[in-house]
Design a protein around this ligand. Structure first.
Ligand code: ATP
Length: 351
């Protein structure tokens, strides 16, 4: 069992500050995802955790003990990268047992642990093959088994990136199952929002070397702290508010696009704010019945669904996906009903 905590981590490459105070925490047995666009510092964070890179400031602890001075091979993290990085001249079993051999464990124990790990990732029967004699998905499972034998901590850096869609799905659920069954604490890097949502206990949405929000997948989706997080975690509509009045902690009365609403939002908003409306919070209705009134500016048939864009009087554009075959056309005046429990107010933050 291992609780891993990262506090105010800083990392500089020459004069470029890649990590500017990253803090996050994985409770024992949790899977924590680092989610964010290319270059935001996900891999750098993972490499500092693994001990491949030396941090310039901050702290990393495992069960309360600092590991900053501990060399990579003694930190006990199993690491899986997107390129499997298997040793080409070693068999599947030798690859999986390599880390245990380095630790000088008795051969019998290595054999048992390798055998168990191969069974877990469903590689039985392939022990004596070389990496070039197995498929890409099998190679990635070897990499996973090689990391798993080093329990109880796992670092996964886009481990599915090189797999095709079907295999990606299979290995994704395999990782999740194994991680949950064995109570391993894991950090998982991805820029795929749905992967992050489906797999994680906690998600750290990263933005330019910082953590913009660290919360559960549900909270990240429903209660983002800023537009950047909302945009990165699913489809989102935003309307700028013309007035905001705090009512109670985290509750506001607002005016936006001609409508007055009362809703929940990020606590402590004092300045300009914007309203987040996920597509599922919106329904098409008649102009009289709607909270907002607008004109259908685009309509597209997507097979299983229809997609509309509605332009409101203040110029805001809302995207929504109503019931299939809903009979509205471009140019038509419509109303939009909103589910206020799914509307969320956020402060306007510089991108
Ligand atoms: N060795 C290095 N020297 C200089 N700059 C680096 C080095 N490694 C990474 N960087 C820079 O640090 C920033 C963070 O890189 P990092 O690899 O952590 O990003 P990432 O979020 O993992 O991106 P990706 O999703 O593309 O892998 C990037 O701007 C990158 O160009």
């Amino acid at each position: 069992m291992a609780t891993v905590e990262v506090r105010d981590l800083r990392k500089r490459y020459q004069d470029f500050l890649a990590l500017d105070g990253v803090s996050l925490r994985a409770e024992s047995g949790q899977l924590v995802t680092l989610l964010g666009p290319s270059g935001c510092g996900k891999s750098t964070t993972l490499r500092c955790l693994a001990g491949f890179l030396e941090a310039n400031g901050g702290e990393i602890t495992v069960d309360g003990e600092s590991i900053l001075g501990v060399p990579a091979n003694r930190r006990g993290f199993g690491v899986v990268f997107q390129n499997y990085a298997l040793f080409p001249h070693m068999t599947v079993a030798e690859n999986i047992g390599y880390g245990l051999k380095i630790q000088k464990l008795p051969k019998a124990e290595i054999d048992t642990r390798v055998h168990d790990a191969m069974k877990l990732v469903r590689l039985d029967g392939l022990a004596t093959r070389l990496p070039r004699e197995i498929s890409g998905g099998q190679q990635q499972r070897v990499a996973l088994a090689r990391a798993l034998v080093l329990k109880p901590k796992l670092l996964l850096d886009e481990p599915l990136a090189n797999l095709d869609a079907r295999l990606r799905d299979e290995v994704r659920w395999l990782i999740r199952d194994l991680q949950q069954q064995s109570g391993i604490t894991a950090f998982y890097v991805t820029h795929d929002q749905s992967e992050a949502m489906a797999m994680s206990n906690m998600v750290a949405v990263m933005k330019a070397g910082r953590v913009a929000q660290f919360a559960t997948p549900r909270e990240i989706y429903q209660k983002p702290t800023e537009r950047y997080v909302a945009d990165f975690t699913g489809e989102a509509n935003f309307i700028t508010c013309s007035s905001v009045t705090p009512l109670a902690e985290g509750r506001y009365a607002i005016t936006a696009a001609g409508a007055t609403l009362e809703l929940n939002g990020v606590p402590g908003i004092t300045g300009p704010a914007e309203l987040l409306l996920r597509p599922e919070a919106l329904a098409l209705t008649t102009p009289e019945a709607g909270t907002f009134q607008g004109t259908v500016s685009k309509s597209a048939f997507l097979g299983a669904a229809l997609r509309f864009e509605i332009t409101l009087a203040d110029g805001s554009v809302l995207k929504l996906t109503p019931e299939p075959n809903h009979p509205v056309e471009a140019g038509q005046k419509v109303g939009i009903a909103i589910d206020q429990s799914h509307a969320w107010l956020m402060p306007e933050v510089a991108p």
